[in-house]
Design a protein. Structure first.
Lengths: 378, 601
């Protein structure tokens, strides 16, 4: 299987109150140093093997200039045997792009956009501290189409502060009206120290009950079904042939290399992570030092466990005989006893070959996945 | 040592009224410790004590004091435990003294415990010297304290001394008063040996150390001694005094205080209150007042990890070496597995044992709600003591059920009397006395079921009186009560560790509150969970925990699979810390829910 290449861009124009990804405020001078560091890291890692995806994630990768994106893509193309039809994704925030910039990204080689819309209600966007409006998101999408992007994904989030099931379905309707090729529908997770928590407390905002959150998920996906999308992963739907080839590598036990600060890689049974701090990363590259800090060799059962809990995220689920031939373990023989209650509760399906979650099961994916984790006394 | 130059005294004080600080000043002034050696509060030796600022039990200290009259005196400061759980030990410590300092915080005034211990000191005919401490505080009201000492305790306050132990003011005056006003020990140096044991502990190198006050006669090394209650004989290896470091001496004569090491293996052989005499020439009668200490409060202790059972047993064995007053026996719970039923002198004692097990022995414990010792007369006339709801015979076999009763003394500012009386009534109390004292204080005396006090009485007393009411109590007997066993069932399975014994009239409210609390504590699971409270076959309350509908479906982009693994591992770990009963995972806090519900609804 070909490699995926991930490029992390840690800059944002504003820090969203719910986000805990590796990011920082945009600093033009820092960016000037960061992009060359990225290219140097990529050049050093390149070994000529086959790669078929590049994914610019962040942060806000669309804060880069088209020329900078082009330079990074070029560096990738020099380092690996990049497939001619490689999927090259750029995460885009609606407020950061113009027709001109979109044209530039397209010319640089980007052929897939992932547009961080999150909601089509302005009040909801404001509560999240997003810089764009619903109208701006629609305009950005139309501009991208006009510039020839044929593979566009939109992100939406449900279970937002004060959001009702009806509010959520409004956003889903607005999304289907635009007709992107792919969509990701997430439940907002408010991590323990998120500034959003304080804001919610001050403004007395709350999120809907769990039952309603479950309803948002199920009815949202139901709308997507009816609009002709196929769910292929817990949170992802696509028109036929438009599933994210890059993200599929994570879920199908594939291999990928990550570049930039805090980027994760998996190759040859080892997972590792780059330094998170942007400046430390830049100096490590400049001095020819180690960019990676956390290495984890997938010992023994680790790899199987991770293949199981990642693979279960897919609608196709786990191919039990294929796993057996690869790992020598029959998943159902080993875990069937613990999984049976999930099957009986209608959360899991096992047909003797594939083991997969139903939609209500996907809502409780962690309960099922925890079954695969050995007790941690090692 | 010349008997006329010995003074044996205790300090009676409420928690935080400054006993340990005053003791430190004594050590400093008598040169027992140089100031630079002093770590604040030397006398409180155990960590736990220092953290809580309460003294459970401190060594006696021998102070060499040159008085204003030029005479050389030995002053023995004998500590009294500062908590009602240890009131028997207080009586034995006071019995070893001729006098006591009654220490009152100038800002707080007299509290119930001060009062109770002052009464004990009076009963023991001790000379009491009132000391008003903390006069440096801006909120100090020494005049008010003096009035309270007169009116509440009934002591002449004209000889009271003013002090600030923190700043060292008044220390010398107090020592002079001890010399001048506390009588020297009586006792006959030529009579057969009679010495009172008022403390003992286990030292891993020396074996049991017993601390005595010689009442009559002389104690010498190599003497053959007999402990009269246990009728065991030992040979004295070493004698010594604490000054404050252990210092060997050849003899302890009448009136002196010191320690004996005599190759005694377990503290249970050297019981507090027992009398030491010579084997060959025994004193005709032991020192009066000896009692066998009996645990009053019982709870189940279970290891969180069942494989720690053997370790827990070992830890309990070791603790018991040093603490004869707690008891344990194996117990099995369908819900919690293998553990131990343990008995304690009271709630503080229970907390201490629990904390020591966790801190010193690294145990993770699940503790069930504490209960008291019931007395059951069965229909065939047999009388049993029941320390656990699980051991209660079937209702049909019970002819009579009795519960322990305490007499509680509550001292409170008058404004809180109304709510306190209401609380005592709610807790099934019977009023004995209600005395309005002049300084706006009221002394409320009630008989109360001990079980209610074990539940949440103290916390509620403190809450309704904004911390101003103080409580002292002792168990005074048993009374018959219409008590029933209430079970909690989860998805139809009774959870034995959650059963409680409760008054029939309170059962309905308690059951409802408990079921509601359980609903809060049991996390949602894959299916709906029914929680029921039942008396026999009758369901008195029901609640349900709705089925779990969603997890956090975190974004797993950027290929950070390690993070996802950690999340799942944490989830798995969380499950491990729960006890699985049938299909239901029950968190540990749920087993203590009984304590948290009281009758607050």
């Amino acid at each position: 299987m070909s490699l995926g290449l991930y490029v992390h861009i840690p800059f944002c124009s504003a820090i969203c109150n719910y986000c805990n990804f590796n990011r920082g405020l945009f600093d033009a001078a820092q960016k000037e140093r960061y992009v060359p560091a990225l290219r140097a890291e990529i050049a050093r890692a390149g070994d000529g093997s086959a790669a078929d995806t590049i994914y610019f994630g962040g942060g806000t990768p669309s804060l880069l200039e088209p020329a900078e994106v082009a330079a990074v893509i070029e560096a990738c193309a020099r380092g690996w045997a990049l497939a001619p039809d490689a999927e090259i994704t750029l995460e885009v925030n609606p407020e950061t792009i113009t027709r001109e910039r979109l044209a530039g990204f397209r010319a640089a080689g980007v052929n897939r956009l992932s547009l961080g819309v999150q909601s089509f209600h302005d009040t909801e966007l404001r509560r999240l501290g997003r810089l764009h409006s619903a109208a701006r998101a629609e305009e950005a999408f139309q501009d991208a189409r006009a510039e020839g992007f044929q593979n566009i994904s939109l992100d939406l989030m449900m279970w937002l502060p004060q959001q009702t099931v009806a509010d959520w379905l409004d956003s889903v309707e607005a999304l289907t009206a635009l007709g992107p090729d792919h969509a990701s529908l997430y439940l907002l997770e408010i991590y323990p120290n998120a500034p959003l928590r304080d804001e919610m407390a001050r403004a007395r905002w709350s999120v809907a009950a769990d039952e309603d959150a479950a309803e948002m998920y199920l009815s949202g996906l139901d709308r997507m079904d009816r609009a002709g999308y196929m769910q292929y992963e817990i949170c992802n739907v696509a028109r036929p042939g438009r599933a994210s080839r890059h993200n599929l590598k994570y879920w199908t036990d594939g291999e990928w290399l990550g570049f930039g600060c805090g980027a994760h890689s998996t190759r040859g049974g080892v997972r590792w992570k780059n330094r998170s701090a942007t400046d430390e990363y830049i100096s490590a590259v400049a001095s020819g030092g180690q960019t990676a800090i956390e290495y984890r060799r997938l010992e023994g059962e680790d790899r199987l466990e991770e293949a199981l809990f990642m693979g279960l995220r897919l609608n196709a689920g786990l191919d039990v005989p294929a796993l057996k031939s690869r790992y020598g373990v029959d998943v159902w023989d080993r875990h069937g006893g613990e999984l049976q209650p999930f099957v009986e509760a209608g959360l899991l399906i096992y047909d003797g070959r594939s083991l997969r979650m139903t939609r209500p099961g996907m809502l409780l994916a962690n309960e099922v996945m925890a079954v695969f984790i050995r007790s941690t006394v090692r | 040592m010349d008997q006329a130059h010995i003074r044996n005294f205790s300090i009676i004080a409420h928690i935080d009224h400054g006993k340990s600080t005053l003791a430190d000043r004594f050590l400093e002034l008598t040169g027992a410790l140089q100031a630079r050696e002093m770590e604040a509060q030397v006398l409180d030796a155990m960590d736990l004590e220092r953290e809580r600022g309460i003294t459970i039990k401190a060594h006696p200290v021998r102070l060499n004091y040159t008085a204003g009259n030029g005479g050389q005196y030995v002053l023995n400061l004998i500590d009294t435990p500062g908590h009602v759980d240890f009131s028997y030990e207080v009586t034995r410590s006071l019995a070893a003294c001729e006098g006591a300092l009654l220490l009152v915080d100038a800002a707080q005034g007299v509290e119930a415990q001060t009062l109770a211990n002052a009464y004990l000191a009076s009963e023991n005919e001790l000379e009491i010297i009132p000391v008003i401490n903390k006069i440096d505080l801006p909120s100090a009201q020494p005049e008010e304290c003096l009035r309270q000492i007169e009116e509440i305790i009934g002591l002449d306050s004209s000889g009271a001394l003013l002090a600030s132990a923190k700043e060292g003011t008044g220390t010398r005056e107090i020592l002079e008063a001890i010399v001048a006003r506390i009588p020297p020990p009586a006792g006959d140096p030529n009579a057969p040996l009679k010495a009172l044991i008022f403390d003992s502990w286990f030292d891993p190198y020396r074996g049991v150390v017993i601390v005595v006050r010689v009442i009559d006669g002389v104690l010498r090394t190599k003497a053959k001694i007999r402990l009269m209650a246990t009728k065991q004989d030992f040979e004295v290896d070493d004698l010594g005094v604490f000054s404050p470091k252990a210092t060997p001496v050849d003899e302890l004569s009448v009136g002196e205080v010191g320690f004996i090491i005599a190759n005694i293996k377990v503290v249970a052989d050297a019981k507090i209150g027992d009398t030491v005499t010579e084997t060959a020439r025994q004193t005709p009668a032991p020192f009066p007042g000896f009692k066998e200490l009996k645990p009053m409060v019982f709870a189940g202790l279970y290891p969180v990890e069942s494989h720690q059972y053997a370790e827990l047993r070992e830890a309990l064995e070791k603790l018991r070496l040093n603490d004869a007053s707690f008891f344990y026996e194996p117990e099995t719970s369908a819900a919690l597995g293998f553990g131990f039923r343990c008995g304690f002198l009271g709630l503080l004692h229970m907390e201490i044992v629990q904390e020591r097990l966790e801190r010193e022995y690294g145990m993770d414990l699940v503790t069930t709600a504490p209960g008291v010792l019931y007395r059951v007369t069965t229909t065939d006339g047999e009388v049993q003591e029941v320390d656990s709801p699980a051991k209660l015979p079937d209702a049909g076999r019970i002819a009579k059920l009795e519960e322990p009763v305490i007499t509680a003394m509550i001292l409170t500012p008058a404004e809180y009397v109304g709510p306190i009386l209401q609380l005592c009534q709610d807790k099934r109390g019977i009023q004995k006395k209600l005395e309005y004292l002049k300084s706006d204080r009221v002394l409320v005396t009630y008989d109360l079921p001990f079980n209610e006090v074990v539940m949440d009485f103290y916390d509620r007393l403190k809450t309704i009186s904004r911390g101003y009411a103080s409580l002292d109590y002792h168990v005074t007997g048993y009374w018959e009560s219409p008590l029933v066993k209430m079970d909690i069932m989860v998805n139809g399975d009774p959870i034995d560790a959650l059963s409680i014994i409760v008054h029939r009239d309170a059962a309905y409210d308690r059951g409802r509150a408990l079921a509601a609390k359980m609903r809060e504590l049991i996390p949602r699971q894959m299916f709906e969970i029914a929680i029921q409270a039942a008396i026999g076959n009758r369901i008195i309350a029901r609640e349900s925990v709705k089925a779990l509908r969603k997890n956090v479906l975190a974004k797993c982009y950027g290929g950070d699979i390690t993070r996802k693994r950690k999340l799942l591992e944490k989830q798995k770990e969380g499950k491990k810390r729960m006890k699985r009963v049938g299909r239901v995972e029950i968190p540990q806090e749920a087993f203590l829910a009984v304590l948290k519900v009281g009758t607050e609804s």
